[in-house]
Ligand binder design. Sequence first.
Ligand code: C2E
Ligand code: CA
Ligand code: CA
Ligand code: CA
Length: 275
Amino acid sequence: TKVGGRNGFSVFDASMREQMQERRDLATGLRNAIGRNELELHYQPLVDLPTGQTGGYEALVRWNHPAKGVLNPDVFIPIAEESTLINELGEWVIRNALAEAATWPDHLTIAVNVSPAQMRDKGFLRLVANALAASGVQPQRLELEVTESLFIRDEEEVLKLLQSFRRMGVRISLDDFGTGYSSLKYLQAFPFDKIKIDRSFVSGLLDREDCQAIVQSVIALAKDLEISTTAEGVETDDQLEALRQRGCAQVQGFLFSKAVPSRNLPFNRTEGSDE
Ligand code: C2E
Ligand code: CA
Ligand code: CA
Ligand code: CA
């Protein structure tokens, strides 16, 4: 629609066109990124409470863009999700995360983010089974992180898929809990092993009563349903202490570490090698 006169419209139009061109360029670059080895996985520790020991790592994808430098997934995952590119990217992520996890101490879990479109792909279950077999990683070590947006369509299909993963031994985590189409009925109806409490609630934990109430109720409810809890985005000791007191099972955040390449994980680092 035209906004204002001819001039106002053309300015608006030009910046829109620029944005669309930018997205097209990123999509084209991304299509080649896998073959050119420009994608990289970084790993962020998931720290168990009350022991304080690392129970596993979440794989977070990065794109070493030839011109723009390191791009975070918020920039390119949404673009990949507009086409079947997300399936290709997702397969790369699962295969590479499992191949790397195969070299880690085998008590450590590996968590991988999965887009709704990937989950809905007919070949996804087999892809995961193949990648597990190829890597030799026990299915019990793999956690698939899904978001609530997965449940707005095809509930029956999704339920069957999650049950199949459960039979394989693969764990399912509900990511970003509380931000989406949250419904308590999903917690009851779907076989989740873990709820990840979104960073937005953790960041308000110390000074906002609503955040405190939500975090407290989610942990209590999860306990009743025998689902584990991980709090995301823990940045301070006070947040950690508040979560510990409330019985949260696992924490993740910059307080412990940002996501780093596999070669920089503690068990891969030899003394004296700083980088
Ligand atoms: P997410 O799954 O919620 O991942 C957590 C994000 O929060 C990561 O951002 C992580 O670096 C950041 N984070 C961790 N701890 C802290 C903290 O203490 N403070 C703050 N401010 N941030 C923290 P990242 O790596 O940029 O990833 C963004 C999102 O991109 C992820 O959110 C996830 O939804 C998506 N993503 C990442 N990797 C993949 C992937 O391989 N496949 C798919 N489909 N999505 C991915
Ligand atoms: Ca996640
Ligand atoms: Ca999350
Ligand atoms: Ca989040």
